[in-house]
Write a protein that binds this ligand. Structure first.
Ligand SMILES: NC(=O)C1=CN([C@@H]2O[C@H](COP(=O)(O)OP(=O)(O)OC[C@H]3O[C@@H](n4cnc5c(N)ncnc54)[C@H](O)[C@@H]3O)[C@@H](O)[C@H]2O)C=CC1
Ligand SMILES: O=C(CO)COP(=O)(O)O
Length: 361
């Protein structure tokens, strides 16, 4: 049978990539793009840190890695963006809006942006692509998410992610394939999707659930509670994706189940280890002390819960994490509260319309 795609031109990669955000993930993605053959510039916000990284080829946010000399490093945003034909935004979720607005002023019109942050904005409840659409009106954009610890991606360990572009009438927007070939290598494999909302919900909510799993581990709980939190957390993700116009099925993919299992089962996760420190009895201040790295789930416990409340979506685990972080609930009371909720059915049964029996008494 003839290959239907025979004769189709292969998507062309973008040649010059500006990576805006020099934390662990921005630095790792710059290394991935350089390995894929791109000309790469990396923006590190703090001038002194940028100078030190340019000289030493090391970044304290990503210890143990040498940044290839071919990657230009600077704190000058204009220099990073000038002549770029793709910009990656790799900024902690609560700071993305300000940086996106600044990038918009300096990036040539029509140059696409790939959002690599994970989270939901506090106050507005906006997904990261909605922040970009508001601050960079009309600019083509996409989101990259999935199970990807910066350290392992930088080391060239096999990593798979999802790149999602808003849907077009003709199927998946060709921009998705261009972005995939721009970033893809034999060790970094992007899959394409037309469901940014589903992908983004996965990336935002898993950070909150990883804190919950960390808290359980810190309290000395074993594997049963963790598996329950992962499976029931997935149901929360599905409901939120659905309410935001995403697809429940997207949450079964890399950016949902993939990232959820990664972050909820590894001490490497900043969110998990923060939760574990709290579960072990540390105060929030003590658990955050000395950390320069972002713990997205901390701000996102609030932003996710507030958004869910506004949309009328039931997300009891995320709400419980928020209540603990707000200081109003002990971990013991939280666990008791989650386990003694009214009986309900699993999500597929609810979706099929089964009647849930009310508990006696
Ligand atoms: N580290 C990882 O393994 C992964 C991180 N991500 C996501 O990437 C995003 C960036 O995280 P990381 O690179 O890990 O950060 P990081 O924790 O390694 O570094 C913090 C970053 O925040 C920047 N920053 C601090 N204050 C700022 C401000 N006021 N305005 C703008 N930037 C500011 C710092 O310059 C630094 O680049 C987050 O949304 C994270 O969830 C996604 C996948 C993997
Ligand atoms: O998003 C990540 C891996 O996919 C990184 O997770 P942490 O921020 O919890 O370390």
């Amino acid at each position: 049978m003839a290959d239907e795609r025979a004769g189709e031109a292969a998507p062309l990669p973008f040649g010059t990539v500006a990576v805006v955000g020099g934390g662990a993930w921005g630095t790792a993605l710059a290394m991935v793009a350089e390995r894929a053959g791109r000309s790469v510039r990396l923006w590190i916000r703090e001038p002194e840190a940028a100078r030190a990284a340019a000289d030493s080829r090391r970044n304290p946010f990503l210890p143990g890695h040498v940044i290839p000399p071919a990657i230009a490093i600077t704190s000058r945003l204009d220099a990073v963006l000038h002549g770029a034909d793709l910009a990656l935004l790799v900024i902690p979720s609560q700071f993305l809006r300000r940086v996106a607005a600044e990038v918009e002023r300096q990036l040539a019109p029509g140059v696409p942006v790939l959002v690599c942050s994970k989270g939901i904005e506090a106050g507005t409840g906006a997904l990261m692509t909605a922040v970009v659409a508001a601050e960079m009106p009309g600019r083509p954009h996409a989101v990259l998410s999935g199970p990807s610890f910066a350290d392992e991606a930088a080391a060239g360990q096999p990593t798979a992610v999802t790149i999602a572009v808003p849907p077009t009438a003709g199927g998946i927007d060709p921009l998705a394939a261009r972005l995939a070939v721009t970033m893809g290598t034999a060790t970094f494999r992007p899959y394409v999707s037309d469901d940014p909302a589903g992908v983004e919900v996965g990336g935002a909510v898993k950070n909150v659930l990883a804190i919950a799993c960390g808290m359980a581990a810190g309290r000395g709980y074993g594997s049963n509670p963790r598996a329950a939190l992962i499976a029931r957390g997935l149901a929360e993700m599905q409901r939120l994706a659905d309410a935001l116009g995403g697809r429940r099925d997207t949450v079964s993919g890399l950016a949902g189940v993939g990232d959820l299992t990664l972050t909820c089962s590894s001490e490497q996760s900043r969110n998990f280890s923060f939760g574990k420190a709290l579960g072990g009895g540390l105060s929030i201040e003590a658990a955050l002390a000395g950390r320069t790295a972002v713990v997205e789930g901390w701000a996102n416990a609030r932003s996710v819960t507030e958004l869910a409340d506004r949309l009328g979506v039931d997300m009891p685990i995320c709400a419980t994490v928020k209540a603990i972080l707000d200081g109003g609930l002990s971990i013991e009371d939280a666990i008791h509260g989650l386990l003694t909720r009214p009986i309900t059915a699993e999500p597929w049964a609810l979706a099929a319309g089964v009647q849930v029996p009310h508990p006696a008494g």
